[in-house]
Design a protein around this ligand. Structure first.
Ligand code: NAP
Length: 244
């Protein structure tokens, strides 16, 4: 039995990639995992199936997080059906390559809606339920929050906002609810990523490899159980942030 066993976790964007790895890691801790998805219905069912196969409980729930009411409904449905919420993991996000000169108002609004507004409104709605069980929130940020990536300026800005939200919410919801974040470096390349660029990334990472979704999931499990840690951001980046 782990400290998380039997508790309820809601993981957004858990139908694929990093969100799925987080959901599986929480399932491996014996948590009852609510697997959120938007378009990846089949992927979400597969995540839930893998969790159930490992001996834990899981269910799936669809919500388009561009809609604030859907964000709030997601929390309400979770709490009504599961009767508690112990851990909220805000992992769903969008990352767009937006060189300066090409940024449209529409891209800007979409990035802010999913990467900043949704995590805030989900956390705000979840706060009473989290308070009741002295639960916690883990936001999945990005190393881009701390660096200047010239072709991803708005993306970095959204993730910096998420880091600030982590600190402020941690203060606002203390002492009952802890709020932390994980800031991954490259842990899973987008499809079609240039192999030469991937190799460059690998060679310039102090630990000599790209990360994996499981590296991020491990940090989430740590934060979910770290009773004296709040307002913290753990970089899971193979040491990229110590290069300069
Ligand atoms: N991959 C990396 O190397 C890396 C590095 C640093 C930080 N991160 C962070 O880690 C998290 C996961 O990364 P990833 O690479 O797995 O991302 P991804 O493959 O782009 O997946 C994005 C997730 O967000 C969900 N999502 C997007 N738009 C949504 C909407 N309108 N409503 C609801 N959900 C929506 C997607 O759900 P559906 O598929 O169901 O639509 C999907 O599960 C993100 O916060 C990302 O910024 C990743």
């Amino acid at each position: 039995m782990t400290a998380l066993a039997g508790r309820v976790a809601l993981v957004t964007g858990a139908g694929r990639r990093v969100g799925r790895a987080i959901a599986l890691a929480l399932g491996a801790q014996g948590m009852r995992v609510v697997v959120h998805y938007n378009a990846s219905a089949e992927g979400a069912r597969e995540t839930a199936r893998l969790i159930v196969q490992s001996g834990a409980q899981a269910s799936t729930v669809q919500a388009d997080l561009a809609d604030v009411s859907a964000c709030e409904r997601l929390v309400d449905d979770t709490v009504r059906e599961q009767r508690e919420l112990f851990l909220l993991v805000n992992s769903a996000a969008i990352m767009m390559r937006t060189p300066i000169g090409s940024v449209s108002r529409r891209d800007w609004d979409e990035m802010y809606a999913i990467n900043v507004r949704a995590p805030f409104f989900i956390a705000q709605r979840a706060a009473p339920a989290l308070r009741e069980v002295r639960g916690n929130v883990v936001n999945i940020a990005d190393l881009a929050a701390f660096e200047s990536w010239t072709t991803y300026v708005p993306h970095g800005m959204t993730k910096a906002a998420l880091v600030q939200m982590t600190r402020s919410l941690a203060h606002a919801l203390a002492p009952e609810v802890r709020v932390n974040a994980v800031a991954p470096g490259t842990v899973l390349l987008p499809e079609g990523f240039d192999p030469a660029q991937a190799d460059h990334l690998r060679r310039t990472t102090p630990l000599g490899r790209l990360g994996s979704p499981e590296d991020v999931a491990q940090a989430v499990v740590y934060l979910a159980t770290a009773d004296y840690v709040t307002g913290e951001v753990i970089r899971v980046d193979g040491g990229r942030h110590i290069r300069t």
